[in-house]
Design a binder for this molecule. Structure first.
Ligand code: ADP
Ligand code: DP6
Ligand code: CO
Length: 361
């Protein structure tokens, strides 16, 4: 190593928003590489409300790779962290800071250890896609630290190996994860369909029904669904490919009626697959079901749909209002049915869809 002493530390901090799928990923064809059984499409959320901030540091004085999540040390021994670290290290390039007299070569990156500190500003493992923001931020921050030259789609294929949904958080706006055909996963990556300015009328409101950690993680839930649900096979082969085309068209044309119909139908089918799993998985609860009824009734009482709803692997509702006026009316309705004094909801989070990645160094 060309560095003059062992006292130096080089650090990078990045911030990455989470994303919520409007056409869901649920099921893998390869568990290790994290290759999905269908394409999926998501909206990247406003980072000021739901995002991960991760600092990665490297120093010759570090004895081993270590990570802290929300202030608590966690083990990096799981295959997912190791796969991401290995892939990023394989793409690392020379870094030179002449002012500090530090030079780290490609070979050095294989020997140096990293320390990672990550913080989610929203509930972790509660069905608000913390694994998506978390692993996207990790891949992005490590990529910056190690001077990785790969583009965001190639980086998304690395984030994917941490958590499937993470590949879509490398981009803002509307994003598609192409399932790919290759057995080695080289073509299973994310592409941006439209940037955050494309459809900026939309307003996203999250009703946090429960911030508690879910009982069944997404990883084990979808494994059980792949093993036992016939509906999942039908959905992946027959339903999703058609829906993806329609969703892309709805996004292109800013067609809210079609967007809303597809988003709600896909969320409901994903939860139907969970019910079709043996033993059945219940991610939604009574409050989630009441929110669906409120949205459905409202949409039916208007000439055109005003809101779309979607639920990930948890009870929390992600509501997408067609514009600011609809979002104000939606909040009024939610407050009427779930007043602040009621125990049914933990909180509301209001934001736009948007992009953000590099929080600076
Ligand atoms: P969620 O619905 O929140 O995505 P998952 O069950 O998919 O829940 O994933 C939760 C797991 O994701 C956590 O147990 C942890 O292993 C990982 N995770 C969450 N946040 C981060 C983060 N900031 N950095 C790295 N990994 C994270
Ligand atoms: C319901 O990406 O969390 O949120 O790849 O095993 O880490 P792993 O699972 P994860 O699954 C997300 C499932 C979902 C739908 C989606 O985000 O598309
Ligand atoms: Co997740």
């Amino acid at each position: 190593m060309a560095a003059p002493s062992r006292n130096w530390v080089v650090m990078v901090t990045a911030q990455t928003p989470t994303n919520i799928a409007v056409i869901k990923y649920w099921g893998k064809r390869d568990e290790t590489l994290i290759l999905p059984v269908n394409d999926s499409i998501s909206v990247t959320l406003d980072p000021s409300h739901l995002c991960t901030t991760t600092t990665v540091a490297v120093s010759p004085s570090f004895q081993q790779d270590r990570m802290w999540l929300n202030g608590k040390e966690i083990s990096l021994s799981g295959g997912r962290f190791q796969n991401c670290l290995r892939e990023i290290r394989a793409c690392a390039c020379d870094v030179e800071d002449t002012k500090k007299g530090i030079k780290i070569t490609k070979e050095d990156w294989g020997k140096l250890h990293v320390h990672i500190a990550s913080y989610n500003n929203f509930p972790t493992a509660a069905g608000l896609a913390s694994s998506a923001a978390g692993f996207a931020c990790l891949a992005y921050a490590l990529g910056k630290l190690m001077n990785v030259k790969e583009d965001d789609s190639q980086l998304s294929a690395i984030a994917r190996q941490g958590s499937g949904s993470a590949c879509r958080s490398l981009f803002g706006g509307f994003v598609k994860w192409k399932m790919g055909k290759e057995d080695n996963g080289s073509d299973s990556l994310a592409v941006q369909l439209a940037d955050e300015k494309h459809w900026d009328d939309l307003v996203i409101i999250i009703a946090v029904v429960s911030s508690r950690q879910k009982e069944t993680s997404s990883t084990s839930g979808m494994r059980e669904s792949v093993e036992t649900s016939l509906l999942l096979q039908h959905r992946a082969k027959e339903i999703v490919p058609k829906r993806i085309l329609k969703m892309e068209e709805a996004i292109r044309n800013r067609d809210f009626a079609s967007f809303s119909q597809l988003t709600c139908a896909d969320s409901n089918q994903f939860h139907a697959v969970c019910l079709d799993t043996c033993p059945p998985i219940f991610y939604m609860n009574d409050t989630s079901h009441r929110i669906i009824s409120i949205a459905e009734k409202w949409n039916r009482s208007e000439e055109a749909p005003q809101v779309a709803y979607t639920f990930d692997a948890g009870p929390n509702a992600v509501l997408i209002a067609r514009n600011r006026k609809a979002s104000a009316l939606l909040i009024q309705r939610l407050l009427y049915y779930f007043p602040p004094s009621s125990d049914d909801l933990d909180s509301y989070i209001v934001g736009d869809k948007s992009i953000a990645k590099d929080a600076g160094i």
